[in-house]
Design a protein around this ligand. Structure first.
Ligand SMILES: Nc1ncnc2c1ncn2[C@@H]1O[C@H](COP(=O)(O)OP(=O)(O)OP(=O)(O)O)[C@@H](O)[C@H]1O
Length: 302
């Protein structure tokens, strides 16, 4: 089956500066595909090219086989995009916004069950300006879905939401996918990407630094296991670096943090015993996407 979104060697410069510099990826039907990257990495420019809002300088973008610039109207029928806050009139009520946006499509979804599904029924008469952050985001998801799209683009959907509203929004995104819609998600929240995405493209300085499942990204970068402890006497860097499968060593305020594998953990314990060193507050944890991300974009975040 052809990919829902295909991006091949996409390039875009502003004033001679390349902000998207040869990006390629494909999003398959039914996936939640994440684009993760530090500020200014080129995430929004990339998805705006997918939405047909920006014209690439070079490269090829296809959405269900269509060119988002040349076939803008047809793409708009299969692709739902989340609005930015400023695009909605503050005085518009939730019902008016839903009716207005439904009128843009030849075959829109019935907005009533959509509003119900997104928990907006009790707020149908409320003006946009009076909605909470979480309610606004739910409305934006509803508006992105109102044209019955095959794919929906959500850009920094949960920025500014409190942890509870963020979690509620994540559940909604999972529901959207469960209903058969493919999701392209731009985020800089690691937890969000790790929890929601089937695959993630890590974008850094306009290029894809890695593209994998969250678990794959974690495995391929800093090491899957993190061990940290404060030794009772200083330990030599040379001894630590000689441990098997050590991927990184960091020291802070006398505390040592190593990433590696289970083999590294066992070797650390043997090393400590051999030198009669006591390890205070010894912790062994699974590496997170956060660790992997820092590793993959180390130069940019240094
Ligand atoms: N219209 C424009 N004209 C000039 N420069 C732009 C324009 N739009 C974006 N840029 C610059 O291009 C770079 C990439 O921006 P983009 O918004 O795509 O990145 P991003 O990864 O989405 O970043 P953020 O997480 O900060 O939103 C940034 O340095 C930005 O300042």
């Amino acid at each position: 089956m052809p990919s829902v979104i295909e991006v091949t060697d996409l390039r875009k410069s502003y004033a001679g500066r390349a902000v998207v510099d040869g990006v390629s990826f494909a999003v398959e039907e039914g996936e939640i595909f994440g684009i993760l990257g530090p500020n200014g990495a080129g995430k929004t420019t990339t998805v705006e090219c997918v939405e047909g809002l920006r014209e690439p300088d070079a490269g090829r973008v296809r959405v269900t086989g269509l060119d988002p610039v040349a076939d803008h109207e047809r793409v708009a029928r299969v692709l739902g995009a989340q609005l930015q806050q400023s695009e909605l009139q503050p005085k518009l009520t939730v019902r008016e916004a839903l009716e207005l946006y439904a009128s843009f499509y030849p075959d829109p979804a019935d907005w009533r069950p959509l509003a119900e599904r997104l928990g907006l029924t009790a707020r149908l008469g409320a003006r946009f300006a009076k909605l909470s952050g979480g309610q606004r985001q739910r409305l934006f998801i509803a508006l992105a879905l109102i044209g019955n799209p095959r794919v929906v683009v959500l850009d920094e959907l949960t920025t500014g939401l409190d942890p509870r509203a963020r979690r509620d929004t994540w559940r909604l995104v999972e529901d959207v996918r469960a209903s058969g819609v493919t999701v392209l998600l731009v985020t800089h929240f690691m937890e969000e990407a790790q929890r929601l995405c089937d695959r993630i493209a890590v974008l850094d300085k306009g290029r894809i630094a890695a593209l994998d499942t969250p678990a794959g990204l974690i495995r391929r970068s800093a090491g899957a296991t993190v061990i940290s402890f404060t030794p009772s006497v200083p330990l030599d860097d040379h001894d630590l670096a000689a441990l098997p499968a050590v991927a990184s060593i960091a020291r802070k305020d006398g505390r040592i943090t190593l990433s590696g594998t289970d083999e590294t953990v066992n070797a650390v314990i043997t090393l400590l015993a051999r030198h009669h060193v006591t390890a205070h507050e010894l912790r062994v944890t699974d590496a997170t996407l956060d660790d992997a991300f820092l590793d993959l974009t180390r130069e940019a975040t240094a």
